[in-house]
Design a binder for this molecule. Sequence first.
Ligand SMILES: Nc1ncnc2c1ncn2[C@@H]1O[C@H](COP(=O)(O)OP(=O)(O)OP(=O)(O)O)[C@@H](O)[C@H]1O
Length: 698
Amino acid sequence: METSNPTYREETQRLQETFEEIERQRAAIGPVYRGQDFTEQLLEEKREEYRRRLALLGNEPYFGRIDFHEDGKAAAVPLYIGKRGMDRADTNEAYVIDWRAPVASLFYSFIGGESPVEYEAPEGTIGGSVYLKRNLSIRDKALQRIVDSYERGGDNIGLNDEFLLYKLGDKKDNKLRDIVSTIQAEQDAIIRATRYKALIIQGAAGSGKTTVALHRLAFLLYQYQQQMKAERMIIFAPNTMFLDYISGVLPELGVGNVEQTTFAAWALDRLNANVRLVKDTAEGNVWFSLVADRPPIDDETPGRFKGSLAFKEKLDEKLRDMEQSFLGDEPPAFEAWDGKILPGSMVREWFEVEYRHYALAPRRERLVARINRWLEMQLTAIGDPKIRKERSKTAKSKLRTYANKLQKADALELYKSLFSAPDAAAWMPAKVVKETHAYLKKGFVQPEDLPALVWIHVALNGRENLSFDHVVVDEAQDVSPLQIAVLNAFMNEPSFTILGDLAQGIHAYRGVQRWEELAAVFDDEHNSYHALQQSYRSTLEIIEFANRILPHTNTGLPAATPVFRSGDPVEIVRLEREEERLPFIRGFVESNRERGMHTIAIIGRTDEACEKLHAELSAGGIEANLISEGQTQYRGGVTIVPVYLSKGLEFDAVLVADANDRHYSSNPQDAKLLYVGCTRALHQLALYAYGEVTPLVR
Ligand SMILES: Nc1ncnc2c1ncn2[C@@H]1O[C@H](COP(=O)(O)OP(=O)(O)OP(=O)(O)O)[C@@H](O)[C@H]1O
């Protein structure tokens, strides 16, 4: 950087002053308190939080500056925007502004021009004019780069993207990163959307959906500090490896304690692991293997039926029936001993009137406890201790029998009974009944049974003190409306970020085909739909290539728009003989390593294909991590991954293996898989095929 440049000198001085201010504040906090005084210990927690904040600021205090002349004020003032905020200790004025603060929204929403601008503050709308928008890159306490994307009166042509392109050109490691310095206006609108909404975001591959959702959590926690707590927020993602991949973003944004899990793990927790989950569903096998004729997907496809709101309505009906008939037409009287009878009408009164506000399972428990209390009272009235003891023994045993005869309020029991009932096929498609019943009989449930089971469990047991302030559902094209309804049952008002891409809907046999299916869970006032078209991950060439596959997915989605970041053309290579494969892959890996690519993936079509490839590469001396279902960590480096598990991840360079017409035929499911595979690449993409190249890219 040109050190004699006045801008550079000005910013270096400001940076120096900032570091000095941080140091002053750090010193003023004083040493760590290690004594026993409780009040001091509480204060120490706050001081520790302050120290952490200053430490974070000390690395990179800010990344942007916007000079804003607020209406009614004398002049424009420079506002420095950082990951965390800091006031000057002597004057209390904002010295670094937290990126989530209202005024910082100007930095993201301003896209140039001399027109007046405004932002929403707690005290109302604030108007004014922008004079300068500047990006600052600080590393190791030094200024690396200054890019002015707007200067009032300047020519400002094409500057807007320069800093973004600089950031996008970076090579990636094994973790997703925060994007606070380059959040785009359309992303910012989602991040700052009001909290009581179910935001449904359809975003092209690489449009930043996952990243935006995580930033939105950080924003909500800042904006609604009094009402929303990280411990009551939860992120659902498709698998544990993906969770590991995204696990760095929230801590970088200073957010801890947000639960990040898969729906299956969470659901099993709710059900107290009372159920065994089948590992591979028959349908899953059909969808990911090389099957020429796949069954059509419709509303009767088992996964889709069992995740539908129509199924939920039926479950509600069955639950109502269960409640109404719980005690039978005539609740039996409880006879403690000869002549000492608790009449059935009393049992009914307690159950139907006194405890009616409880969910069925606790209600049943309360009823039994109440009868027990009644029994104790009768026993206390017996004067002779010997008789009392005898009667107590027999009456308690009778009470146990009485309680055992009451219906069980258990989710799995009820669920099983639905599929074994004689009328099952009258309200469910026959194949749903047959398949589900067969699994249940063997003691298993399928992943698509979990939403229904939790729904029933909540109806029977209530929320059990669990409630969410905000829920993020990633890869939402693969979830069902019932799943969303279940999560909504744990909220007082819907507050969701639901994001996905229908073109990547490779679990369409249990996911949604249209976003309206998920929107139907909420009323109009809580629904809010957003589309992200711009794709940031890949080069122009890769995005244009992937856009050619998109029409084959039959989703009707528009092509993704690239940012203007150009790279090498996408390579499609036809191999004539199998022996050519290893040298070709070796060449791909080595040349990309030489170009500085950190993460390189070879994406195979099936698990078996990847295992074979892995063995072959190992024998040929090429070290690679093989990713399989159930993997908990993504390590980076060279990876071999089946295409269906690559969803959500990204790599500097990608080689799609076996891109021929047998592995990727022209049907929509294969098109979605290939689209997922190709859109994982940031900088380099190649495909190889024996025989005919897949018609999806011809
Ligand atoms: N505004 C931005 N500035 C810089 N990088 C960005 C921006 N938005 C997205 N990215 C980068 O683009 C890549 C894709 O982001 P992300 O994984 O969140 O997208 P996605 O929409 O969830 O993708 P997919 O659906 O393909 O999994 C990431 O490397 C992310 O850092």
